[in-house]
Design a protein around this ligand. Sequence first.
Ligand code: NAP
Length: 491
Amino acid sequence: MSSQIIPVEEFDLVVFGGTGDLAQRKIIPALYHRHLDGQIVGTSRIIAVSRKPLSPKEYLTKAKEALEEFIPKEDRDPKAVKTFLERLSYVAVDVTDDAGWKELKTKLDDFPDRVRAFYLAVAPSLFGQICEYIGKTGLITDKTRVVIEKPIGKDLASAKALNDAVGKVFREDQIYRIDHYLGKETVQNLMALRFANALFEPIWNAAHIDHVQITVAESIGVGSRGPYYDTSGAMRDMVQNHILQLLCLVAMEPPMSMNADAVRDEKLKVLRSLDPITGEKAEKQTVRGQYTSGAGPEGAVPGYLEELGDTTSKTATFVAVKATVGNWRWAGVPFYLRTGKRMPQRSSEIVVSFRPIPHSIFETGAGGVAENRLVIRLQPDEGVKLWLMIKDPGPGGMRLRHVPLDMSFADAFEVRSPDAYERLILDVIRGNATLFMRRDEVEAAWEWVDPILQAWEETGDTPKKYTAGTWGPAASVALIERDGRTWHDDD
Ligand code: NAP
């Protein structure tokens, strides 16, 4: 089975921060893949911008190195690499002053009528200034878009300030806020599962669903990102954006269509329906953890405080939350959210756990009847599993077994699963904002997160310790077991 490749119209993509980690590791490789598949056509250009005074040749060498590091050898077709590099150019601009903008304008003036996208792959503190320069240099055309990434603020007030700064220059429909989780195949598949099948929607509610779990686990620690991470922590880094976006896709009402605002209106309603977790509730419904030394994927690893070089930090590297959505569909259905660094494995999944059968007709000897579970695996191996009860095969009487109907996308389709950035960047060019966050969504998410952060701040407690290589503090297990449930374990 293969996917259909439809070329996008010719474009100019300006990548601010073109020499940075995000550009080299994600943006350039994603664009290469789309070029390789013939989706980027004609004279489309990628113009990298940063302060370094690099010659065009030096930049191309850097881009080539990025392809060598981040594109598997079998996908590195020499001819495609050559033609892809021909699309790339470099302009040195320090975005905090006037120099360089004129050169960028002259370049962009070659094609004033084509789609023009500015990707701000730089620190958010530079967003406002870049937008201001883009505006005053006259770079905005009818077909101009701007792309920004997390972190969009560190609380509601700073998110509003950032949105205001970008919004001063760009209309909301020109602003594409990337949450790369939304570009993942399985996340989009969640929408297909829910809304392209008659099977699930009638039972997608509190009458049939017992609870939902969303886990985003990383096996890595903070490493050299410590100083940045310490200003953020798991709640800001993962829950406010990725996990709440996933929760929205599970919980939202069917939108009228896949139109960007139709989908985003429904997600916004979910965010606004989340029951607030304030004061004492935060103590009961949330758990914070911080990893200590233990086992990593490649042997012994230091604890968070040792990596950071600061023994006083109270930053949480693990968070578990019991969230509830206060509306008719979801009343009484807990959404257990957890995310952490230095977990036993890198895995992200959504588990929808259905209610038990009302009455068992089977004898005790047949074994218990476990509940049906729909598991949507985002990483590492994207796919969907539906756990069902079946009869254990064989002549030995009626014994029941819990087994998954397992669809691994890699096995089911003979196509490479594209990186989220491939889809999202081309959606920017296509002008399709369905998978991007609208301003009100980002701010509604902060409105829910802020009181939890504030409650933690007020208690002054330190996060509970957990050993690197485990699933977080024991309190996280207690959080769900208190309700008579357990964290899903696939093994
Ligand atoms: P980075 O590696 O530090 O890169 C920053 C880039 O900005 C460099 O190209 C740097 O180049 C450029 N830059 C800095 N100051 C500049 C200035 N005054 N004028 C022009 N260019 C300037 O950071 P990153 O990891 O790529 O992250 C960029 C942004 O994306 C951050 O906000 C980050 O939170 C976000 N993000 C990153 C990732 C990721 O995977 N890396 C994922 C999600 C979100 P020069 O020093 O040459 O100017």
